[in-house]
Design a protein around this ligand. Structure first.
Ligand code: UDP
Length: 152
């Protein structure tokens, strides 16, 4: 089933000039970029995005990290894209993330783990709504989709 995921390169990915390399992974996989925005997140938005963690001991450090510099927010679409992208991203702790995943290849500690990706359809919908207006999500066809999907 075609799904949209919310994916965000965190401030460390931007600061370490990893944006192009990470975006290339998604493009080369055959996924489709539907929206992209370089932005600095307000404290309120960071707290809302990570609301489920508000009682956790790492919450304040997490918010500080996420607002410490610009992030690259994206909507990425593909067949089963939410779980597929989570696989490409790897485990939350980069020490546990498999090599070959984004966190496994570029990160070392959980508090600097490079990238966020939605973990379920409900969170994808909520997060896309938090970061993007409808008119920022671009509807267009990829001519190579017939070489990526047996049937569309
Ligand atoms: N996090 C942290 N310390 C922890 C657990 C999580 O700093 O002990 C941060 C980390 O940036 C992580 C984010 O909080 O990506 C959200 O945590 P979650 O468990 O939802 O992991 P994710 O879905 O990002 O893999």
């Amino acid at each position: 089933m075609m799904e949209k995921s919310f994916v965000m390169m965190k401030p460390d990915a931007v600061a370490r000039r990893l944006m192009g390399k990470i975006l290339t992974r998604f493009e080369e996989k055959g996924l489709q970029l539907k929206a992209i925005k370089l932005m600095t997140i307000s404290e309120d938005l960071a707290k809302e995005h990570y609301g489920e963690h508000s009682e956790k001991p790492f919450f304040n450090d997490l918010v500080d990290y996420i607002i410490s510099g610009p992030v690259l927010a994206m909507v990425i679409e593909g067949d089963d894209a939410i779980s597929l992208i989570r696989k490409m991203v790897g485990a939350t702790n980069p020490q546990e993330a498999e090599l070959g995943t984004i966190r496994g290849d570029y990160g070392i500690q959980t508090g600097r783990n490079i990238i966020h990706a939605s973990d379920a359809p409900e969170s994808a919908e909520r997060e896309i709504g938090l970061f993007f207006n409808e008119d920022e999500i671009v509807d267009y066809d990829m001519v190579d989709n017939t070489w990526i999907y047996e049937e569309l």
